[in-house]
Design a protein around this ligand. Structure first.
Ligand code: CO
Length: 303
């Protein structure tokens, strides 16, 4: 327990903080509006993203902020970034963004009793797990938050994955022809933590459209996996699309950059024409419904 927090050392919960949220495709449309926590005044929403230092990429976060406020009117919405590197970089530019701890400490001091945290991460990887463990430290019915829960990341259930596949397929760039490949670039983890979601996504996308491929920058499936598949499928043209909430540094450089090691450069070297699409999933309202649903589930559990 941190020194600023009143309860010394003893935290009881563990089981009480559970990542919750299964997603039913059928209930998707606008049902989040039905979420009406009994006493909104003591409840706050905390949206937690990795963060970005690319100003243009922030459009995705702005869009999520708007969607969440629209779906849960009257509940204050706060933000935190998990990346300390990004937070430090932004602080140097005079832009102060809270860590999860800082944001929770402020909410506690402001008198909130219940906090619905929504992770804006794609998998239950390292960043997501950091949020869950920080949240645990702030739970105590007597001396901490009465209720604090972390909504699931984007891909934890098969229903969410099926919804994502459908939402992405319906929002692909209009000039993509059936013979063109779509390469989705996820982040991934060098130790493979959470990467099963990407492996499952690759399978599920290919089942619905054999010309859609999924790879990751740092984990599995790897870029080499994807490149091999594209060559095997005799792809001539590929749309490169970030499977990330923001189209930030990874999308601009690792995916679409002009350096010889970018995905675009390497694929073009193999004779595949590349069309980078620099929009994060956070700009896609349909896809973002997944997070809205997860958050709704957390808020409903507070009733
Ligand atoms: Co990264």
């Amino acid at each position: 327990m941190r020194k600023y927090f009143p309860l010394g050392g003893a935290f009881k919960l563990i089981a009480a903080i559970t990542a919750i949220g299964t997603f039913s495709l059928a209930q998707n449309a606008n049902s989040a509006q039905a979420a009406s926590p009994t006493s909104k005044k003591d409840t706050a929403i905390l949206l937690v993203a990795f963060g970005t230092s690319v100003p243009r990429a922030e459009i995705a976060y702005t869009n999520i902020d708007r969607l969440v406020k629209k779906n849960f009117p009257g509940i204050p919405v706060k933000w935190a970034y998990t990346s300390s590197i990004i937070r430090r970089k932004l602080a140097k530019q005079g832009k102060k963004i809270d860590s999860v701890e800082e944001a929770l400490r402020k909410l506690y001091k402001a008198g909130y009793k219940k906090v619905a945290i929504q992770s804006l991460h794609i998998t239950n990887g390292q960043e997501y797990q950091k949020i869950v463990s920080t949240a645990k430290e702030f739970f105590s019915p007597e001396f901490g938050f009465e209720k604090i829960k972390v909504g699931n990341p984007m891909l934890l259930s098969y229903g969410d994955l099926k919804y994502l596949v459908s939402a992405v397929r319906h929002t692909l760039p209009g000039d993509r022809r059936p013979q063109d490949a779509v390469v989705l670039m996820g982040h991934g983890n060098e130790k493979g933590i959470g990467d099963l979601s990407y492996v499952a996504a690759a399978y599920e996308f290919s089942k619905e459209d054999p010309k859609i491929f999924v790879g990751t920058v740092e984990g599995a499936p790897s870029f080499d996996d994807v490149k091999e598949q594209l060559i095997k499928a005799k792809v001539k043209k590929a749309f490169l699309i970030p499977m990330m909430v923001v189209a930030g540094d990874h999308a601009m450089n690792d995916m679409a950059g002009d350096e010889p090691d970018s995905w675009k450069s390497q694929l073009e070297k193999s004779g595949i024409q590349c069309v980078p699409y620099l929009h994060g999933l956070g700009e896609n309202d349909q896809v973002m419904q997944i997070f809205v649903k997860h958050l709704e589930k957390v808020l409903k559990s507070f009733n």
